[in-house]
Design a protein around this ligand. Structure first.
Ligand code: 13P
Ligand code: SF4
Length: 350
C-alpha cells in the first residue's frame, strides 16, 4: 500500500511560513521540493497560497483530505492527509477522526466515504468528477442480471454508484478482487459469480481463479482501455530493460505483456520493494509523478493517459469546497443501508 502516512504535521502553514521566505526564496520550500519536477518556481507562489489557505480551512473545519494516487502532484504531495488506492481510502475512511472529509478523487470514492461515515460531512470538490466504469451500469441492469442468473452472487467493483452497490452482494477493488471472489465462492458454495462492471478486470481476475466462472459486463475504463499490447512492445524497444507494471483495468492482452499487474497501491509497492532501475506504470500518468517523488534514483518512463475526471479536482476547487462546505455528498438512506452492507462485507474479508 502506498504511504498512508501523509499527515503534514511537520509543516508550518502559518502566514509567517507562507510569507517568510526560506533559503530557497520560495514559500513552503519543503513542500516545493516534492513538486519541483512539475511546478516551476514562477508558478509555485500562487499554488503555495492555495495550499496555505486550504490548511487553514482544514484546521478551522476539522477536515481531512483523502487523496487518490491519481491526483495531481500539487494536491497529492501537499494538502492530502491520507493517500492511497481505492481500497486504502475506503479502509481509512472508517477510521478518520474529523467532522469533514474532502474527497480528492472521483465521485464513487466520495460516496464510499459517505457510506462508511454517514454522520460526517463529505465534500466532493467537483460533482462532475465521475468514472466511465460507474457510468456503464445501473441498478436496473443488476436487477435484470439477477433474474437471468438466479442464485449467482453479485460482486461489483467499487467504481460504481451507491445505487448499484445497493443491488450487490459484495464490493471489491482491484486490490482485493481475487481474494473477494474466492471468499464469496467459498461462503456461498458456488463456482459462478457475476463480476461487474469492468470486463477487463473480470477477465484478468479470471486468469487467477480458473476454478471459478466469472460472468462479466461490458464496462471499461476510458483511460486504461486505450493501452495496447503494441504500446508495451514499443516501450520495451525504446527503453531497454524497462520493467512494465500494469493496472488490471487494462485489457488482458496488455496485462499479458506486463511484468506485474496490480492496483495503484500494488504498483507503488512493487516499485518500493523491487527498486527496478527503469520502470513504466501502465495506468493514469499522474501516478508515476507521485510515486517518483519517493524514488529519485529510479527512471520512470512516462506515457501519459490522464483521467479527465480526476483532473477536475484542483486546489481552488478544494478551497471553495471547504469555504462553502459544499457540494456535499448525500445518499438516500434506503439505498445507503444496502450499499454500505456490500462495502462492509468487502472490508470484512482480510
Ligand atoms: P485503484 O483501486 O487501483 O486505486 O484504482 C482505482 C481506479 O479508479 C483505477 O482507475
Ligand atoms: Fe474511472 Fe478510469 Fe478514471 Fe479510474 S482512471 S476513475 S476507472 S475513468
Amino acid at each position: 500500500m502506498l504511504d498512508v502516512t501523509a499527515t503534514r504535521a511537520d509543516t508550518d502553514f502559518s502566514a509567517a511560513a507562507f510569507t517568510g521566505e526560506a533559503a530557497s526564496g520560495l514559500p513552503l520550500p519543503h513542500l516545493y521540493a516534492r513538486v519541483a519536477k512539475h511546478i516551476t518556481p514562477a508558478e509555485w507562489p500562487l499554488i503555495a497560497h492555495e495550499v496555505a489557505a486550504i490548511e487553514r480551512l482544514k484546521r478551522e473545519k476539522n477536515a481531512v483530505i483523502l487523496g487518490h494516487n491519481y491526483q495531481a502532484p500539487e494536491i497529492f504531495n501537499t494538502v492530502a492527509d491520507i493517500v492511497g488506492d481505492s481500497l486504502a481510502l475506503a479502509r481509512e475512511a472508517v477510521t478518520v477522526d474529523a467532522d469533514v472529509i474532502v474527497m480528492a478523487g472521483v465521485h464513487f470514492m466520495a460516496e464510499t466515504a459517505k457510506l462508511l461515515n454517514p454522520s460526517k460531512t463529505v465534500l466532493m470538490p467537483d460533482m462532475a468528477a465521475g468514472c466511465s466504469l460507474a457510468e456503464s451500469i445501473t441498478a436496473e441492469d443488476i436487477r435484470l442480471l439477477r433474474k437471468h442468473y438466479p442464485g449467482v452472487p453479485v460482486v461489483t467493483y467499487v467504481n460504481t454508484s451507491a445505487e448499484v452497490k445497493a443491488e450487490s452482494d459484495y464490493c471489491c477493488t482491484s486490490g482485493n478482487a481475487v481474494k473477494v471472489v474466492r471468499a464469496v465462492a467459498k461462503e456461498w458454495g458456488v463456482s459462478r459469480i457475476l463480476m461487474l462492471p469492468d470486463e477487463y478486470l473480470a477477465q484478468n481476475v479470471q486468469k487467477e481463479v480458473p476454478e471459478l466462472e466469472l460472468i462479466a459486463w461490458k464496462g471499461h475504463c476510458e483511460v486504461h482501455e486505450r493501452f495496447t499490447p503494441q504500446d508495451i512492445r514499443d516501450l520495451r524497444e525504446a527503453h531497454p530493460g524497462v520493467i512494465v507494471l500494469a493496472h488490471p483495468e487494462c485489457p488482458p492482452e496488455v496485462v499479458a505483456e506486463a511484468d506485474y499487474a496490480g492496483s495503484t497501491a500494488g504498483m507503488a509497492d512493487y516499485v518500493r520493494d523491487e527498486k527496478p532501475a527503469r520502470v513504466v506504470l501502465i495506468t493514469e500518468c499522474s501516478m508515476a509523478d507521485n510515486v517518483a517523488v519517493n524514488h529519485p534514483d529510479i527512471e520512470f518512463v512516462r506515457p501519459c493517459n490522464l483521467c479527465p475526471h480526476m483532473r477536475r479536482i484542483t486546489l481552488p476547487a478544494i478551497r471553495r469546497a471547504l469555504e462553502t462546505m459544499g457540494p456535499q455528498v448525500e445518499i438516500d438512506p434506503a439505498v445507503a443501508d444496502r450499499a454500505r452492507a456490500a462495502v462492509e462485507r468487502m472490508l470484512a474479508i482480510r
